[in-house]
Structure formats: C-alpha cells, structure tokens
Design a protein around this ligand. Structure first.
Ligand SMILES: C[S@@+](CC[C@H](N)C(=O)[O-])C[C@H]1O[C@@H](n2cnc3c(N)ncnc32)[C@H](O)[C@@H]1O
Length: 198
C-alpha cells in the first residue's frame, strides 16, 4: 500500500460511516489499498471494490487475484479517463448502489479534473469522491518533484471542479472522536474529500 497510515485510519472511519456497496479506486499499483478496502467490506459485511490502473503488472495481478479477498475485487486495466474504461466501470455498478470513489492515479490537475468529471456522477448523495495526494503542492523542490506542482496538482482540480459543481462541497468528514483541540490532521490528502450534497 502506498499511503500514509493516518489517511488509511481516516478513510476507514469514512467507509464505515457510508457503508458503500461499491468502492472505486483509480490507481491500483501493488493493490494494497484494494485489499485494505476489501477487508473493510468484509468487516462491515457489505461492499465490493473496483480498481482501475493503466498498467496492472503481472506479478501484482497474480498477488491480488490469489488473495482470499479477491472475490470482492474487480480489476480494470486502462487509463482511468478513457471513455471505454469509465463505461466499463459504470457497467459494473447498479443505479441504486451506494458508491464512494478514490482518485489515486495520475495526480496532475487536468487528469484529476477529468477523473472528477467522469466518476462524480457515480457518487451517491452523502458519499464522497476523494482526490488523493494534494500534499504534492507542499513538497515542491523535494527529490522527484516538479516545479509546476505548485499549481499542477489535485487541489487545483478540486477547486475548479467545485466551482462548477454546486452539488459537491469540499469538506473534512466529521471525525467520529476527537477528545482534544486538534482541528487539522496529518495527511497526504489535504482538501481531498468532496461530498455529494444532493
Ligand atoms: C500512487 S500509485 C497508486 C497507489 C495505490 N492506490 C495504493 O494505495 O497503493 C499510482 C498508480 O496510478 C497508475 N496510473 C497512472 N496514470 C494512470 C491513468 N491514466 N489511469 C489509470 N491509472 C494510472 C500508475 O500505474 C500507478 O500504479
């Protein structure tokens, strides 16, 4: 899993709250998050996971398909913004199903914006589409970063999307427990959660 553990604790709280029928994740890589989300579906007693990646490497596919939670996981190989790929994901989801979407593939602005446009219609009222890794805005000039990450990032996509989609709001989902005075969390996913209002 290529994630900050703190974000995984946060998303499991959100998933438990929403109890989605389907969790869609763009960007599979080794499949660690897919397995984690499938384990949450098992613990909750409902739900399944669809993972989309432009390249699912053979050893990763084997590891995912041999995992005991694989019956809950569907893999789709291709670009997450390719119209046929988007349609094949939509074809796997029923109209009445509750859906939560995580965008964790290519994090550049135009790609995330295209993913938001493509997958947001799937998101159920009260549920979320999560644009992961807005942290890239804050790490420019660290190794393996690019100068344009100051604007070419998921947060820019979120801002533009929300301006044109009043049915979504960028919010921090309510914390189920906070005994202290902390109002910000340690995260790689700042300004990531877009909640569908209606
Ligand atoms: C950050 S990794 C995903 C990590 C994974 N979600 C996890 O939690 O372990 C990003 C993945 O996005 C994939 N990717 C890059 N561009 C893509 C695209 N256009 N469509 C779908 N997947 C893409 C890469 O192949 C890579 O596996």
């Amino acid at each position: 899993m290529i994630q900050l553990p703190e974000d995984m604790l946060r998303i499991q709280e959100v998933i438990y709250d929403i109890k989605p029928d389907v969790i869609v994740e763009t960007g599979v890589a080794h499949g660690g998050s897919l397995i984690f989300y499938a384990s949450l579906c098992t613990a909750i007693g409902k739900g399944r996971v669809i993972g989309i990646d432009i390249e699912i490497r053979p050893h990763n596919r084997v590891a995912i398909e041999e995992h005991r939670l694989s019956p809950l996981i569907s893999l789709v190989e291709g670009s997450s913004i390719d119209a046929d790929i988007v349609q094949s994901v939509k074809d796997q989801i029923g109209a009445a199903e509750t859906v939560l979407v995580l965008l964790d593939s290519n994090h550049l602005k135009d790609h995330v914006l295209a993913e938001l446009e493509a997958y947001s219609p799937l998101v159920s009222p009260g549920s979320y589409i999560v644009a992961c890794d807005g942290i890239m805005q804050q790490v420019v000039r660290a190794p393996r970063t690019a100068e344009d990450w100051t604007w070419n990032n998921p947060i820019s996509a979120v801002n533009e999307f929300v301006a044109n989609h009043p049915e979504f709001e960028c919010v921090e989902p309510a914390w189920p427990f906070n005994e202290g005075k902390i109002i910000e969390r340690v995260t790689y996913w700042p300004k990531a959660f877009l909640r569908r209002k209606v």
